[in-house]
Design a protein. Structure first.
Ligand code: RUQ
Ligand code: CUA
Length: 634
């Protein structure tokens, strides 16, 4: 750290020296980087460079995990450098790490070759990120995945019945008991059932679900589902502190209709208000224990009409997107996209209203709390508010999609009868049309309050052109002072939605899979020496136990007959960090990659006769090119 500050000071002198030098010799300075004025913000070159420069060999302070949208991955970057460090494939195959080619990951991907990864969630203990697991939803196929942060690999993809387009996910409760899932686009349930859209109001249903997280292994399983009216359930969050025990989701289209040719954007915006759905998951646990559910599509589904106290609606400005619980857990923040305000709700007022049965109406067995009784304030943040994050110092930051800006505003308490606009303390323009935003440890109970990353939908003109499809932009903003300061523009593959920032020292990833590590499951087919390497034939099945080490495979010839089933278990016996080996068979569309100490299995039918070289795809040594063998198919 100290070294780094010295380096930064030296850099500052260098930058200043450069300008002074250029001015003195009378030469026109080259167009100064950072000087190009434009909408979306500029930064002060010297201070921004100092704040973000991570010297070669030096390390970032935080990990940034940002979703890859319909690319199906998660990207990893460092903060403050914003350098992309790794890609974690989740819902899509990724030949770079061999993901989706070996038997295990191929089975995990199942029938899909892509997913729409939106909202990462980090495991928590007592409301703090604990650095164990990272979760993410698939907005396309009703799925959720778990990544182990010891090796940064996807370990499980869970698909559950009845959830149609899982968007309101994966938000984690303060002790990682549950992750959320929710239907974005209602359908008749179970999936596969037919009903025309003309019967939308009565035959289509939404479903929200609690996914249990095993406290030891992180394994995901379905705990319960709750059937809810056919609205579109959008984003969610889990309560904490005084709101622990509740889950929240915004929903739009409370008009509950899908009119053919009617444009949902119009028909779903008729009413002034939509809702936040609030679920009491302790009540869901009780309903499950009492057998108070029915089975739909194989899943236990609770009907709120039969389980009073399980679900409530909180009215909110129409067509809302984000709902975010403040670090204290007391304030629940929701934003209607078409309203220039964001609304603060008080969990204490919500509890009081529930106790007093202070309801406006009841929809499909779900009471609607009286808006004026539970609302704390409406804050005029600006146009197109989407998501809100926090700094732990009493301020909230709301992304403004239409305004292309981030608004910083003060959380309660507020003065009685005050003009609320005074609580919007500052704004910073971003480039352009911001969706999500994230602050350092912003979803935990103690955000760090130094960095914010704006995940913008458009980046036009802020980088070298790469044709009509240009990258998304992610802007790093300093929020440590009174005024927000733009530090850095980074550009990403399509298409980050949400992201999370965790302190680097909370993670302790392994360097290799140690040969005898009791904390890691032993692969039953692992081999550790040339002596153990072998090929066995049983009828038409040929099984190969192969090892890879710099710079050869053993065995390096596999003889089979056309039509044989071939099973290759490949162990990389290296115990040195970053000594990876690949195993690609030409013309067979196979490429697996094994990390040091790792074993993977790939099974295929040898359906092409001939001589097919296999080789190591990962550059491993000076003699990497020589690391090859032959699959001989007679
Ligand atoms: S959503 S910004 Cu999943 Cu907000 Cu995309
Ligand atoms: Cu092993 Cu290249």
């Amino acid at each position: 750290m100290k070294n780094r500050n010295i380096l930064r000071a030296m850099l500052a002198l260098l930058v200043i020296g450069l300008f002074v030098g250029l001015a003195a010799c009378g030469k026109k300075p080259p167009q100064r980087r950072g000087a190009r004025a434009g909408a979306g913000g500029t930064s002060d070159l010297a201070s921004a460079a100092l704040a973000t420069y991570v010297a070669p060999g030096d390390l970032d302070e935080y990990y940034l995990f940002y979703s890859g949208g319909h690319g199906g991955q998660i990207f990893v970057a460092g903060i403050p450098s914003m350098r992309h460090i790794a890609t974690i494939p989740v819902f899509s195959p990724y030949p770079g790490t061999g993901y989706g080619f070996d038997d295990e990951t191929r089975e995990m991907l199942g029938e899909y070759t892509w997913g729409d990864s939106h909202h990462p969630g980090l495991s928590e203990t007592n409301g703090e990120y604990d650095g164990r697991w990272l979760f993410i939803n698939d907005n396309a196929n009703g799925r959720m995945a778990r990544i182990d942060l010891r090796d940064f690999k996807t370990k499980q993809i869970l698909k559950i019945p009845n959830i149609s387009a899982n968007h309101g996910s994966s938000f984690i409760t303060p002790n990682s008991e549950y992750a959320t899932m929710a239907t974005r686009m209602s359908i008749p349930i179970p999936e596969g059932k037919y009903a025309d859209v003309t019967d939308y109001a009565t035959k289509y249903k939404g479903v929200v679900a609690g996914i249990r997280i095993d406290p030891e292994s992180g394994h995901l399983s379905l705990a319960w589902e709750i059937v809810v009216p056919p609205f579109n359930y959008d984003l969610g969050d889990a309560g904490k502190g005084p709101s622990e025990g509740f889950m929240f989701w915004t929903c739009y289209n409370s008009e509950r209709e899908f009119i053919e040719g009617g444009k949902l954007e119009v028909t779903a915006s008729q009413k002034d208000k939509d809702f936040i759905l609030m679920i009491d998951y302790r009540e869901a646990e009780k309903a499950m224990a009492a057998g108070n559910f029915s089975k739909i599509g194989g899943a236990p589904v609770i009907d709120p009409a039969d389980a009073p106290g399980i679900a409530y609606f909180i009215p909110l400005a129409k067509s809302p997107h984000g709902v975010d619980v403040a670090p204290s857990g007391r304030w629940i923040i929701g934003s209607g996209k078409l309203s220039p305000t964001t609304t603060v709700f008080d969990i204490e007022k919500i509890k009081t209203a529930i106790a007093a049965k202070d309801f406006e109406e009841t929809i499909d067995g779900i009471p609607v709390l009286t808006y004026s009784s539970v609302r704390e304030a409406e804050i005029p943040v600006g146009l197109g508010p989407l998501h809100t994050q926090f700094d732990g110092k009493g301020y909230a930051y709301t992304s403004l999609f239409i305004e292309s800006a981030v608004a910083k505003w003060k959380l309660p308490p507020y003065d009685e009868g005050a003009d609320m606009s005074q609580y919007v303390v500052s704004k910073i323009p971003v480039a352009y049309n911001i969706g999500h935003l994230v602050t350092a440890e912003g979803d935990s109970m103690s955000p760090d309050g130094n960095y914010l990353v704006a995940l913008n939908k458009l980046s036009k003109g802020r980088h070298l052109s790469v044709g009509p499809s240009i990258p998304e932009s992610a802007q790093l903003i300093d929020i440590s002072g009174d005024k927000m300061k733009l530090l850095y523009d980074a550009f990403t593959e399509p298409e980050p939605h949400y992201a999370l920032i965790i302190k680097a020292d909370k993670l302790d990833p392994i360097e290799v899979y140690k040969k005898d590590d009791p904390t890691w499951p032993k692969h039953p087919e692992a081999i550790w020496s040339v002596e153990e390497a072998r090929i066995e034939r049983r009828g038409k099945t040929v099984e190969v136990w192969m090892m890879a080490v710099r710079s050869f495979f053993a065995p390096d010839v596999i003889r089979v007959n056309r039509g044989d089933k071939v099973i290759v278990h490949l162990t990389n016996i290296e115990q040195t960090r970053d000594e990876l080996h690949g195993f690609a068979i030409t013309s067979y569309d196979i490429n697996i990659v094994v990390d040091p100490g790792e074993t993977k299995t790939v099974t295929f039918i040898a359906d092409k006769a001939g001589v097919w070289p296999f080789y190591c795809t990962n550059f491993c040594s000076a003699l990497h090119q020589e690391m090859q063998g032959y699959l001989l198919v007679k």
